[in-house]
Design a protein around this ligand. Structure first.
Ligand code: CO
Length: 228
């Protein structure tokens, strides 16, 4: 398929230029990376092309371990995500796990507003629908469609970060005294800025009352929500 080759030609040219530029700035860059990666952070984000993990937080190759899927979902039965988590924590010894949702997330919007795809994506987004179901009363208080989606994006980041906290990997790491914290963020496509959601769990005790604290904070920021 010659058309295909043309379409990818610019990518290969970009790659050659990038490699040359990096090497020119730092001759040892790639040889250092080949020897080891020592990321301090695991990023669990959405696959959305507008949310490039390394760029957003200004980190170089080797500095950020990344897992992305539709709507940044973390489930206990997803061997892919759980393997990344285990490797990051047990082998790479990252110090922070950050779950990053983003406003305007198409996956979250589909889970919230439909329609169902009739395919395997429905199963996947079922995890986001679980989040919506858990917070149904809160979500129902927001009449504005956009604001409602924003809220669900935040709630989804919160709940997926809690799933990280409750994973076997994190529980075992904390039990053996490993220094490790879990965070929930929401990224704004409109201005490229990250909002932290008041989730910063350094030990199992931090989980006590955390969901309620975050919910009060999130509710206070949404004018249509009456005090819980
Ligand atoms: Co998304």
């Amino acid at each position: 398929m010659p058309g295909m080759e043309n379409a990818l030609k610019s990518l290969l040219e970009n790659n050659a230029r990038w490699s040359a530029d990096v090497t020119q700035r730092d001759a040892e860059f790639f040889s250092r990376l080949v020897r080891q990666q020592r990321p301090e952070y695991l990023w669990i984000g959405c696959s959305d092309a507008r949310v490039p993990a390394n760029d957003i937080v200004g980190l170089l190759p080797g500095e950020l371990f990344v897992h992305r899927n539709v709507a940044n979902v973390v489930t206990h039965s997803d061997v892919n995500c759980q393997s990344v988590l285990q490797y990051a924590v047990d082998v790479l010894k990252v110090k922070h796990v950050i779950v990053v949702g983003h406003y305007g997330c198409g996956g979250v919007q589909l889970a919230l507003e439909g329609p169902r795809s009739g395919g395997v994506a429905d199963f996947w987004l079922g995890h986001v629908r679980d989040v919506i179901g858990r917070h149904r009363d809160l979500i129902a208080q927001i009449p504005d469609t956009r604001a409602r989606l924003d809220l669900v994006v935040e709630l989804n980041s919160l709940e997926q970060a809690l799933n990280v906290c409750h994973s076997a990997t994190l529980q075992a790491a904390w039990e053996r005294g490993q220094k490790l914290s879990v965070h929930a963020w929401a990224y704004d496509l409109k201005d490229g800025r990250v909002r932290t959601l008041g989730v910063s769990v350094r030990q199992p005790d931090d989980l006590k009352g955390l969901r309620d604290r975050v919910l009060s904070r999130v509710s206070a920021e949404h004018p249509s929500i009456s005090a819980p």
